[in-house]
Design a protein around this ligand. Structure first.
Ligand code: HEM
Length: 205
């Protein structure tokens, strides 16, 4: 049997940072949901009870914010939108229904992935800043506390919506993507069909 050719996609550092972000995110998001709504309070029991969850949720959020800052440092330079990306976003509805004609080729990350990156970075800044206010309400002015009570759950809901789409895209919708984040490699045909510009540039090197 001919062995499958491989193209390196994510190195060990990128994969480690990504999965630390995913783990700390899931912890912060699920414990946050438990504190947010009494209908979701059962989640608190999964994570050790109400008192534990109230004490550890801010620490989970802090760990996530630190890991995301590391991810930001690694990937921000590669996430800038170019003219092809802007065109890609205008034609994203075609990409969504697999009608790829006229949709510009993607580099290492497509414009949808770049938007996920920037929106999660913004949500994390909002969540962390407002989270600090809610962590020490007694030393915060009233207006800041009111703003935090409103913005923290809104940023969380927006972020969770984006991550649900991200998990769907990374697992069910794009076969082969999960392996790239677990084992680090993709096949050349996967690269050519999902990130053709990156495939061409990598093959020319
Ligand atoms: C918890 C479950 C998660 C799963 C199953 C998952 C899966 C994946 C996969 C498969 C990729 C590679 C996509 C590709 O090569 O095309 C990826 C990339 C990425 N992930 Fe995740 N991820 C998860 C959570 C997160 C979280 C919590 C964040 C940050 C808030 C995050 C941020 C990113 C970013 C920025 C990329 C690179 C751009 C992209 O592919 O969208 N991921 N993820």
């Amino acid at each position: 049997m001919q062995s499958e050719r491989r193209m390196a996609r994510f190195d060990l550092y990128e994969r480690t940072v990504h999965w630390l972000a995913a783990l700390s995110y899931l912890y912060a998001a699920l414990t946050g949901l438990a504190l947010w709504s009494h209908k979701l309070y059962w989640l608190a029991w999964v994570f050790g009870g109400g008192v534990t969850v109230r004490g550890l949720h801010p620490w989970g959020g802090t760990i996530f914010a630190v890991v995301l800052a590391v991810m930001f440092r690694k990937w921000a330079g590669q996430m800038k939108l170019d003219t092809d990306d802007r065109e890609w976003l205008r034609k994203a509805h075609k990409y969504a229904v697999h009608e790829e004609e006229g949709v510009p080729e993607s580099g290492r990350f497509n414009a949808g992935q770049k938007m996920l990156f920037w929106s999660q970075a913004l949500a994390t800044v909002l969540l962390f800043a407002t989270g600090l206010v809610l962590w020490w309400p007694e030393v915060m002015p009233r207006t800041l506390r009111l703003a935090a009570v409103l913005i923290h759950p809104l940023a969380a809901i927006g972020s969770i919506g984006g991550i649900i789409i991200h998990i769907y895209m990374g697992t069910a919708a794009v076969p082969g993507a999960l392996r790239s984040m677990v084992q680090g490699w993709v096949t050349p045909s996967w690269a050519a069909s999902h990130h053709r510009k990156w495939y061409r540039e990598s093959s020319e090197r």
